[in-house]
Write a protein that binds this ligand. Structure first.
Ligand SMILES: Cc1cc2nc3c(=O)[nH]c(=O)nc-3n(C[C@H](O)[C@H](O)[C@H](O)COP(=O)(O)O)c2cc1C
Length: 213
């Protein structure tokens, strides 16, 4: 039976929304998976920055216009600062086997750290923009910043649009009969704390990889 949700269910408290890092109850009820990748750029001290990002969507608008919308970028994070300073970044897509290293970038988020190498990953220079790429990621999308807007008036987060200027991709991914782009060895998706709106029970599922049908 379908249920209607016009207001926040009591089982999902305002406190939970804040504690989980500034979210809405709609996030937890819908639990819609979004693609998981790592945004890399140079910090002002020349060290590599890495930021796990999942609230995002891609949109191709013309033969040479492929735009990535980072839906939610924290104004207080290094990534936003680096983007404002350099105007460029790289979106690095990990397969399931290197997710643990990507997760470590959050622990290694100090300004003085090279967040890529200290997390067990390897830095290489991007080709078309002045930013670091992660070698182990099967797809690197090099981007220039197009525009930004507050997520809503007074939000702590920005929505940022990036134009793709260069793509680097592992050729074993072109063919799903080799490594492919989908399944555990391909794109990873994140669902933030799926919650039963009636009981408040949280599902343990967070990382999702889709198989082809
Ligand atoms: C799976 C996952 C997805 C995330 N997605 C986002 C996101 O979309 N936007 C965001 O601002 N932070 C996101 N974060 C949190 C940042 O990765 C984290 O706060 C990071 O340390 C910030 O790095 P920075 O200071 O280099 O910007 C995510 C974290 C995880 C674990």
């Amino acid at each position: 039976m379908k249920k209607e949700f016009a207001v926040r269910p009591e089982a999902i408290t305002e406190q939970k929304c804040r504690d989980y890092g500034n979210f809405s109850w709609h996030d937890f009820v819908t639990a819609i998976p979004t693609p998981l990748f790592v945004v890399t750029g140079w910090k002002s001290n020349g060290k590599a920055n890495a930021c796990m990002q999942s609230w995002a969507a891609m949109a191709g608008g013309a033969p040479d216009n492929y735009v990535c919308i980072l839906s939610k970028v924290s104004k207080s994070g290094h990534m936003y600062k680096s983007l404002k300073e350099t105007g460029v970044c790289v979106l690095n897509f990990p397969s399931g086997d290197i997710i643990d290293c990507c997760w470590k970038t959050i622990e290694n988020n100090q300004f003085d750290a090279d967040e890529i190498t200290s997390s067990g990953l390897t830095v290489e220079s991007a080709v078309a923009v002045d930013a670091p790429r992660i070698v182990e990621c099967f797809l690197n999308i090099e981007c220039e910043m197009l525009w930004e807007h507050e997520l809503y008036d007074g939000s702590r987060d920005m929505t940022v649009a990036l134009k793709t200027v260069h793509i680097c991709m592992d050729d074993d991914r072109y063919d799903q009969n080799k490594l492919g782009r989908f399944g555990k060895a391909g794109y990873q998706f994140f669902s933030h704390c799926p919650t039963d709106p009636e009981t408040g029970k949280e599902d343990s599922v967070e990382l999702i990889s889709f198989e082809c049908i």
